[in-house]
Design a protein around this ligand. Structure first.
Ligand code: SF4
Ligand code: SF4
Length: 81
């Protein structure tokens, strides 16, 4: 499951530098997560780093991108291969 950012985002930019996959981009007006790059931090960290640092609590799972842990690990390996 990739994560996505809701309209409550304040574009504070805290999340973008902590993403191990460079999956977060500056959008207009809110930041955007590329679901093809987000692994929920599987492969790099125990929990999603963007959610940890987000002061607006506006990062949720993206129901359109359902993936199990093995798929997320494979995705991470392909990104960093
Ligand atoms: S969950 Fe991890 S990989 Fe996905 S956008 Fe957040 S920091 Fe990046
Ligand atoms: S940390 Fe949260 S509020 Fe800040 S830019 Fe990222 S998603 Fe938006």
């Amino acid at each position: 499951m990739a994560l996505h950012i809701t309209q409550d985002c304040t574009a504070c930019d805290a999340c973008r530098p902590v993403c191990p996959n460079e999956a977060i981009a500056t959008g207009n007006p809110i930041h955007v997560i590329d679901p093809l790059r987000c692994t929920e931090c599987v492969g790099a960290h125990d929990e999603p780093q963007c959610k940890l640092v987000c002061p607006a609590n506006c990062i949720e799972v993206n129901p359109d991108f359902v993936e199990d842990r093995a798929q997320l690990e494979e995705k991470y390996n392909q990104l960093h291969g």
